[in-house]
Design a protein around this ligand. Structure first.
Ligand SMILES: NC(=O)c1ccc[n+]([C@@H]2O[C@H](COP(=O)([O-])OP(=O)(O)OC[C@H]3O[C@@H](n4cnc5c(N)ncnc54)[C@H](OP(=O)(O)O)[C@@H]3O)[C@@H](O)[C@H]2O)c1
Length: 368
């Protein structure tokens, strides 16, 4: 299931090291943390140009290059808004240079654009593969229809998606694609960005988490119920809630690897111990039942919840909540959602964005 590409099933992601969750580490601290992950048994590392951590990762792992899997990404980022042949090739060469390596083990497309044909992207990736610049390519969390198009026309070996006990929806969609195509799933945010570890229920000043739709309203209430169950299981099993959450993800069929990304040394030590944790089958079954019960209950009420939020003037984080969960449940079209999200995050005319969301909701079907 393509897991041979990943030299360990649990990987360390460098997103938080660039300050995404509000904590900024010095370069020396970040290098130390990556080396600690290596010493704790991690052999798979994930970064992206947008995280600004490729150079740090290259420096930290220079001595161990052959022992590790290094994954980075390419995207139609602002400033290079097309995933053209030229952009992919230049981006790949720049990543190789920053990482100080001759070949990227895994190159993921995240943020593609509708204007570029899937064929063109695939042709470019396959050329880079033939040239020995990348060992394999895969997909970062792209819309389901684009993921299916790439799988139909090319050979992405791994597909990345947010997946944890409080967010199994994208995983379920990828599982159905695994009936038809051969690829492994890489789960990210396996601790629910700390929520499932039981320490992050009040993330008011925690960088991205202050607008994170996982940390608000009914979704937060649902996540906290799951976190409470993990805590109860932890008391009985001797493992911690975060370790059980990670072991659960790794135990799910079709999952080739999982990424966690703490910036705190103690959290890293705690999470890495999950590499060797085998869940008791009865406990895993009980947790799985809760995960899908919560997901179904959330699905059944989300349309009503969004309608009630949009019925009175809403703040930016609430609009992000409506938008992200509405797109996830396929109430809103993804492209329109991405456009509105950019506007909301820039604080552009929130009242107009809210009216557009109301109109999208009006024409939406029931959630899938
Ligand atoms: N998040 C995304 O949108 C995204 C998208 C695509 C790919 N990825 C890749 O996936 C990687 C992993 O995702 P992630 O960073 O969201 O994973 P994560 O480990 O679930 O979340 C990291 C956050 O959770 C906290 N945390 C982790 N373990 C904890 C513990 N045991 N106790 C308390 N708090 C804990 C960390 O706090 P401290 O910093 O205090 O330790 C940090 O703020 C990323 O680094 C990136 O490489 C992420």
């Amino acid at each position: 299931m393509n897991s041979a590409l990943l030299k360990s099933r649990l990987g360390y992601g460098c997103y938080a090291l660039g300050g995404a969750y509000g904590k900024k580490l010095s370069r020396a601290e970040a290098v130390q943390l990556i080396r600690l992950a290596y010493d704790l048994g991690i052999r798979y590392f994930d970064t992206a140009p947008l995280y600004h951590t490729e150079e740090i990762l290259g420096e930290a792992l220079a001595r161990h290059r052959d022992q590790v899997t290094i994954a980075t990404k390419v995207g139609a980022y602002p400033g290079a808004e097309r995933l053209s042949r030229e952009h992919i090739t230049a981006s790949c060469h720049a990543s190789l240079r920053r990482l100080g390596t001759d070949c990227l083990d895994l190159y993921l497309v995240h943020y593609d654009d509708d204007a570029t044909a899937v064929d063109e992207v695939l042709e470019t990736l396959e050329k880079l593969q033939d040239q020995g610049k990348i060992r394999a390519y895969g997909l970062g969390h792209l819309p389901a229809s684009r993921t299916a198009a790439y799988l139909e026309q090319g050979n992405p070996r791994l597909v990345m998606a947010e997946m944890h006990c409080a967010m199994p929806g994208q995983y379920q969609k990828l599982r159905s694609l695994q009936q038809k195509y051969s690829f492994g799933i890489i789960a990210f945010s396996v601790t629910g960005r700390g929520l499932l570890a039981g320490e992050a229920s009040q993330p008011a000043d925690a960088g991205l988490r202050s607008i994170d739709p996982l940390f608000r309203r009914n979704k937060l209430a649902s996540g906290l119920r799951i976190a409470a169950k993990l805590q109860e299981m932890a008391r009985d099993s001797g493992a911690t809630p975060a370790q059980i959450a990670i072991a659960w993800v790794l135990a799910q069929p079709g999952v080739a690897g999982a990424l966690t990304g703490p910036a705190d040394r103690r959290h890293l030590e705690e999470n890495c111990a999950a590499l060797h944790l085998k869940l008791d089958p009865a406990l895993e079954k009980e947790l799985t039942a809760l995960v899908y019960r919560e997901a179904e209950a959330f699905r059944q009420q989300i349309t009503r919840e969004i309608a009630s939020i949009l019925a009175s003037p809403a703040r930016g984080p609430d609009l992000v909540y409506c938008l992200e969960h509405g797109v996830e449940m396929e109430l809103f079209p993804r492209d329109e959602g991405a456009r509105l999200l950019t506007e909301i995050l820039r604080g552009h005319n929130l009242a107009r964005c809210q009216r557009q969301l109301q109109s999208l909701l009006h024409s939406a079907k029931s959630p899938k």
